[in-house]
Structures are given as C-alpha cells and as structure tokens.
Design a protein around this ligand. Structure first.
Ligand code: BDP
Length: 707
C-alpha cells in the first residue's frame, strides 16, 4: 500500500466523527441529525441493489473537501446498509465500486457534478472538489430515500453562485430574531475550543449546496474587525473550508473611526480607504479564502456613506477596492428607508438604488429583500428586481420566523420563496422572472447570490420548532436549484427527516404545503401587513405611536371608517409605477387585483363586493375564521402521523400546534374586534363572534410590553 493510500486510510480512521456531539439519546431522536440520519434501508430489494457496491474509490485528489466526501460516504453507507465498505485508491478493472472522480472535462459547471452508473461502478464526478462533495451528498440522499439505483443518472449544477446563510448573531451570543436558543458561535471559547457542532453545521449546509456563511449580525459590531476576533473567525473558517463553505463577515461601516481611531469613516477619505485595505489584508492573512463583507449601511440607524454625503455606491466601491487583490466580494444591502412621514416606505429602496445602477464596482452584489417592506407573511416582489440591469442583484429571504410566529407556529416557507422567485418582472417581456434576475440569466450577471437569514441556534434540534428545519432545508435546496417545487422539497425533507411511512408522510406534506396560506389567513389576509408591536410577536393593529410613522401598525393597514388598505395606485402613493406596465396592469385595478395582494395596493370599501361574492368585511372575517379553524385541521393532520415518527418529535410539534391554535384565535380576535370599530358590522352568520372584548385582547397583548 502506498503512503498516499495509507494517509487516506488513516484520515478515515482518525477523522472527526460525524455528529460527534450527538450520542443519540436512548429514548429517541432529538432532531440533532437533521436530514442526515442515514437510517438503515428497509426496502429489501433496493438494499440488495445497493449492497452490490462494496467499495469506494477516492481517486480524486486528496484535498480536504474530497476527504470530507469520503468520510461522509463511508459513514452514510455503514449506517444505511449496516456494512462497512472498504476504501481503496486504485480499483483497476473491478466493478462494484463507488468512484469519486475529479474530472476536468466534466461538462457541468465548477461546482456541478455527474452521478452515473458506468462500467458496473457508481461514478460521482466533477471538475471541483466541492462538486464531488455535493454529488456525494446527492447520492446519499438518493439512497436515504430508497430510490432504485438502476438508471441512476444525475447531472446537476447550481443555478446561483453564492448560496449563503446570513446569521444575525451578536458577539454576546444572542441572535437577533433568533428563536432557537443562542448563537452557535462560542466567541469567548474561540479560537482554542472548536465545538464539534461547527462541523455538523458545515455538513448540513454542504449537503444542500450552501457554500457561504456570514457569521455575524448585519447590525454589526466593529469588534469583528479586531485581530482578536479575526483569529476566532479564522478558526471557524478552518472548519467550514473542509465542506466547501466560505466565511463572510458583516461590517460596521464606522469601524475606521470606532475601532481604528480615525477622525472619520468617510469612504472618500484616503486614510479610511487605506484602513480598509489594511484590514482586508489582515483578514486574508488569517483566512486565505475569506468570502467577503456584508454591509447594512444607512439603514435603521446604522452608519453609512450618507453620513458623509456619499452614495451607497461610493461606500460599496471603497470596500470593493480593498478586495481587489482577492477573490472576496462586497454584498451591499438595499434594505433602506428614511423616516419621512409623507413617504411610502414601499418605494424607498427603489428610489435610492435605481439611480445608482451601473455605478457599483463589479465586485459588488446588491442584496435585496424578497419584498419591498420587510419579510411580511406575504409581500409582492421588490420592484428593484429587474430594474437595475447593470448591477448584480441577489435576493435575501428570511428563514427565521420573525413575522411567522417565531418557533411556535408551523409555517413551511418554500412557497414564500417560490412565490417571489416565480414572479414575472416583465422587464425584458414575459418570462423575466425574479429567479432569472437572481440567477443572472436575464441580464448576464455571473456574480449571483441567494441569501437566507438563518433560523439556527443552540437548541439541540437547531431550529427550535422541529418543522422549521424544513425551512433551512428548502432554502438550501432552492439556492442550488430554484426550479424544484415546494412539494418535491417537502416530500424529500419529510422522508429524510421524519418518517418513511408513506401515509404519515402524505399527511405531513399536506400540512406543510397548506401551512403558509393558513398562517396568512389568520394573520394578514388579503394583503394586509405589519400589525405588529415591538417584539414582532403579538397582534397590535391598533398601535399608532412610534418614534417614526412607519414604525406603527396603522401606517400599513390604513383602516378608517370608509375601508381598509394602502392605496399605492396613482391616486395614492403610486408605488405601482415602480413596476413594469404589465405588472401594474395586474395590480392597478382593484376589481382585478388577485385577492392575496388586494390591500397592498388598494384602499377598499368595507362593503365592496369582491370576486368571491362577499364584501370586504365578510371576506376578511371568512379568512380570519377559516385560518384559525384550519390550525385544528393541521393538528389532525399531525395526529395522523402519530406512531410513524419519533415520539419526542411528535410531541414537540403537537404541543407547538396547540400554541399555534390558541394564538391563531388571538390574532383573529384582535383583528376582527379592532377592524369592527371601523367597519361597524357584525361578524357574518356562521362564525361565532369573539368571546373577548377588544379591551381584553389589548390587555393580553400589553403583557408583552411590560418590563
Ligand atoms: C428587520 C428586523 C431587524 C433587522 C432588519 C434588517 O426586525 O432586526 O435588523 O430587518 O434586515 O426585519 O436589517
């Protein structure tokens, strides 16, 4: 045996154990293993087929990423088939192997892969090590789903180049809008202590094709730019690298002043520019494959170039210049809105960014939230998409459930992501979907980006709500291939994670697929938005006091004695004018606007007859009531799976659905009672009027405001 092979073996024997932090509790599944459970294949004929493959060959380079693939494959096969597979580096003419092959002539993109049955072997091939890792995970997914091996032929390339999670994690271990415990990153123990969980995190992401992670909150601390923290970040980056994941940091724009001691952070100041250049060089010394910066500037009180009379482009380009010698990029967020009482916040990002189209350095990607406001349960797509043809635009989705019931409500988000991606901007005629803006095919960008605000935390099951794991999964799968359907992803995730019982899976998948509409119905139907108080948890549609008008609920829903909704047509704020004429046509006429978007664009009279034949008031009540009632349907659906999945997970979800049911009624009552004071109508026949008074609901909400 050559030394090379020996080395390969010894790594496999001594390499870090998978899910090292996971001695599975004797009494069941605690959700830690996510969708990488590798439970024994139970379909006998499929298992027999898989068992034909007895060896795997790591004939690819012995780079770290291929080693990760090899470890994963070995562990996966052992658990799936109950049999250790041998590892060899040269397989000669034998058959029955799984071959990992680096292949420069592979016709897929760099990170893409082929899986094929060739000459009696399963061959996973790619131009790159990362591609081999992704192909390996895809093969294991195929096996976990117990799909037959015959005709195995997959060719897959990512549609988007930068597929990343954004963590809103703070230096003190808290997570902004995090509902699954505290941060995964243990800053006070780093760099010496490497929590084995970092590796499990990396594996989970790589299994979906995620190749980047921003470790810290967009409301960033300058501390991350200090040498002390760069070294800590480097320790995490060392783990991520083995799984093809690049590490990024959010930056505090005023760091030259607060950390560097300069008198200014003006992006045109030569000293400031030099400071950033040096800073970036310092980072690359510790992290040679550093991914880049994510920047929230001049937004919600964060500092930025406008503090010095400079534009977003000037700020971004200054940072881009610092990255010139490196591969790293600058991701500049377009989440901005000024405190102007006369303005429509909907229009703000467009107004600030469209004039800057063509002014950004090629190393900059502008990251745009899916909707124009802020991750509401339903929003129309942001009008920025398609309207900056000379600037790569990435999309930012929110996986964490800030406006979706935290970790208490079950809301499967793939339909939210898909709704945005499938929206047609009509910029270059029909078929100019947001997905085509984001994947670069519409305007020919090669730097393309999909980001998701992470929902992970220190909870044992990573996401708090067991079903919220599906949202992480769905984001990752869609960032690789936005054409996958919500249903396909839900089926995959359920089979990999919860149950292989077909009937149980059917009822869970149905629950997942309907969950978003149900949530919208009891929470913000017909295009309502933002009836939230400070903590974004409890209903507070009456909230009319805030430090600025757009930080009140009444600003958004505009209820009055005549009707409800925000007029964004020419007779109102005219935000609609930011869209192409074909889009305007869909939403301009209140009689033709699809009901899900109605109140986003129109102030509608209470007694206006809608396409359903009901008046606005009747339709709202119908939605609030059926939405809340549907949560009891969700509970029944979940109960149908009882006995077919782990008891602990079953109970956790069942209990959370109970909370969700109670809170859905709370939301319903708050809205109905409040809106009734304007509509002055009774709850339609067939629905039981709320048992509590408006004052009582207000009292129950106020509890959340008491210190
Ligand atoms: C809002 C969140 C806030 C974030 C902000 C952002 O409430 O915590 O800092 O978005 O995206 O949704 O910057």
């Amino acid at each position: 045996m050559t030394t090379k092979i020996l080395l390969f073996f010894s790594f496999l024997l001594t390499g870090p154990a998978l899910f090292a932090a996971d001695p599975l509790p004797a009494d069941g599944d605690d959700g830690y293993r996510l969708w990488l459970k590798y439970e024994p294949v139970i379909n006998a004929s499929v298992k027999a087929e898989y068992l034909r493959f007895t060896a795997f060959v790591g004939n690819a380079s012995k780079g770290e990423i291929v080693k990760s693939a090899a470890v994963e494959l070995k562990t996966g096969l052992k658990n799936l088939l109950g049999k250790s597979v041998s590892v060899t580096n040269s397989f000669g003419n034998k058959t029955g192997g799984i071959v990992l092959r680096l292949d420069a002539s592979n016709d897929q993109q760099d990170e893409g892969y082929h899986i094929a049955l060739a000459g009696g072997n399963i061959v996973v091939s790619s131009k790159s090590e990362s591609g081999i890792l992704y192909g390996t995970f895809a093969l294991l997914r195929h096996m976990q789903m117990q799909l037959p091996i015959e005709n195995l032929k997959v060719a897959s390339s990512p549609k988007v180049r930068y597929r990343m999670l954004n963590h809103w994690d703070n230096v003190d271990g808290t997570v902004e809008r995090g509902y699954a415990g505290s941060s995964l990153w243990k800053w006070y123990e780093l760099p010496e202590v490497i929590d084995p969980r970092y590796q499990d995190y990396a594996r989970a992401n790589a299994s979906l094709g995620i190749n980047g992670t921003v470790l810290n909150n967009v409301n960033a601390s300058a501390r991350f730019m200090s040498q002390e923290y760069i070294v800590k970040v480097a320790a995490i980056a060392d783990v991520m690298r083995k799984y093809g994941i690049k590490t990024y940091l959010s930056v505090y724009f005023a760091a030259p002043k607060t950390l560097g001691g300069l008198s200014t952070s003006d992006p045109l100041d030569p000293q400031v520019r030099a400071w950033w250049k040096e800073k970036v060089a310092q980072i690359y010394k510790e992290i040679p494959d550093f991914g880049g910066f994510l920047v929230k500037a001049n937004s919600e009180g964060e500092p930025g170039p406008q503090d010095y009379g400079r534009t977003h482009a000037e700020g971004a380009n200054m940072l881009a210049e610092a990255f010139k010698p490196y591969e790293g990029i600058v991701i500049w967020r377009a989440f901005v809105y000024k405190a102007d009482p006369r303005a429509d916040r909907f229009k703000a990002a467009y107004e600030e960014f469209v004039p800057l189209d063509g002014k950004f350095d090629p190393k900059v990607i502008v990251q745009v939230k899916n909707g124009p406001i802020d991750f509401q349960p339903r929003e129309p797509f942001s009008p920025l998409f398609g309207n900056m043809p000379k600037t790569p635009l990435g999309v930012e989705f929110q996986i964490t459930q800030e406006y979706l019931g935290f970790a208490a409500h079950a809301v499967y988000e793939a339909p939210i992501f898909k709704e945005c991606l499938n929206s047609d901007t009509y910029v270059n005629g029909q078929g100019s979907s947001v997905a085509r803006v984001v994947d670069g095919s519409l305007h020919g960008y090669s730097r393309t980006l999909m980001a998701g605000v992470a929902n992970t935390g220190s909870d044992r099951n990573w996401t708090g709500h067991p079903l919220a794991q599906a949202n992480w999964y769905a984001f990752g799968r869609l960032s690789w291939d936005h054409e996958l359907s919500s249903e396909q992803i839900a089926r995959e995730w359920t089979a990999l994670t919860l149950t292989r019982n077909q009937k149980a899976a059917e009822s869970i998948v149905l629950l997942m697929l309907r969950s978003r509409e149900i949530y919208v119905d009891y929470n913000t139907p017909l295009g309502l938005s933002r009836p939230w108080m400070g903590v974004h948890f409890a209903p507070e549609p009456w909230q009319n006091k805030g430090s600025r008008p757009d930080w009140t609920a009444v600003y958004y829903h505009r209820a009055d004695s005549s009707g409800l909704g925000f007029d964004r047509t020419a007779s109102g704020s005219n935000a609609l004018a930011q869209y192409q004429p074909q889009v305007q046509k869909q939403w301009n006429n209140p009689d033709k606007t699809p009901l899900p978007y109605l109140l986003w664009f129109h102030h509608v009279r209470w007694d206006e007859k809608l396409s359903t034949g009901r008046t606005l008031w009747e339709e709202l009540c119908t939605r609030f009531y059926t939405g809340a009632d549907s949560v009891s349907w969700m509970r029944q659906q979940w109960d149908m799976a009882k006995g077919s999945l782990d008891e602990q997970i079953y109970a956790s979800v069942a209990q959370r659905l109970e909370v969700q049911h109670r809170e859905a009624i709370w939301w319903r009552d708050a809205w109905v009672l409040y809106l009734q004071t304007f509509a002055r109508q009774t709850v339609p026949a067939g629905f039981e009027p709320p048992r509590q008074t408006l004052e009582e609901v207000k009292k129950s909400v106020n509890v959340y405001l008491i210190r």
